[in-house]
Design a protein around this ligand. Structure first.
Ligand SMILES: [Zn+2]
Length: 199
């Protein structure tokens, strides 16, 4: 996937085909000023529906082993196939952030975790996402290959495979974790972290 361009209202080009019509009455949306709004938005000229386009939340965990290593998965799906990332996925409409963290981690690693404190929040505007990363304690289970992961493996703070980490948000989250547990270690240069669009 190439460079992302931003169209009407700051909507990334890949998202634009999904926001063309009013989801209430089917009329083509128009972009422009809306009464009472402080910025131009997509609105329906027929029924007045305002289509707010907002980022989605991706819920992730850094599952930590008893030895203080972080469990990463080698991704079995795109984006980021065959590269490393922490487990996670999109928050569903009917669940809490904490429940999503537990569910996604179990689905992708076979590990039951107890999410602890939030390590950080990471915006990725071209992907229209915000990633939340919990530090999580592994409660039970053994790492498993799942339909979304080719491998789940623990990494010590000085063994993070930086060049093979799938997403910019993952590099940033892992950097924050390493800075906490091993402040003596060098970190990737944030200005040089570049990943093709993905998260
Ligand atoms: Zn409408």
């Amino acid at each position: 996937m190439g460079e992302v361009r931003f169209g009407r209202g700051g909507v990334p080009d890949w998202l634009e085909p999904m926001v063309r019509f009013c989801s209430r009455c089917g009329t083509p949306l128009e972009f422009g000023p809306i009464g009472g709004e402080d910025r131009d938005r997509l609105g329906c000229p027929a029924c007045g529906f305002v289509f707010y386009v907002n980022p989605r939340l991706v819920v992730t965990t850094l599952p930590i082993t008893e030895r203080g290593e972080v469990m990463l998965i080698r991704r079995g799906i795109e984006p980021g196939y065959d590269m490393w990332a922490q487990p996670g996925g999109f928050l569903e409409i009917d669940e809490t952030v904490r429940a999503a963290a537990i569910r996604e981690t179990l689905e992708e690693t076979g590990l039951l975790v107890e999410p602890g404190e939030i390590l950080g929040l990471y915006s990725r505007v071209p992907a229209a996402i915000v990633v939340v990363a919990f530090v999580a304690r592994i409660v039970e289970g053994e790492p498993q290959v799942t339909h979304e992961s080719l491998e789940t493996r623990p990494f010590a703070a000085d063994r993070i495979p930086w060049d093979d980490v799938a997403f910019e948000t993952s590099v940033r989250a892992l950097s924050d974790w390493v800075a906490r547990v091993r402040p003596d270690l060098p970190l990737p240069d944030p200005t040089k972290i570049h990943r093709d669009f993905g998260a």
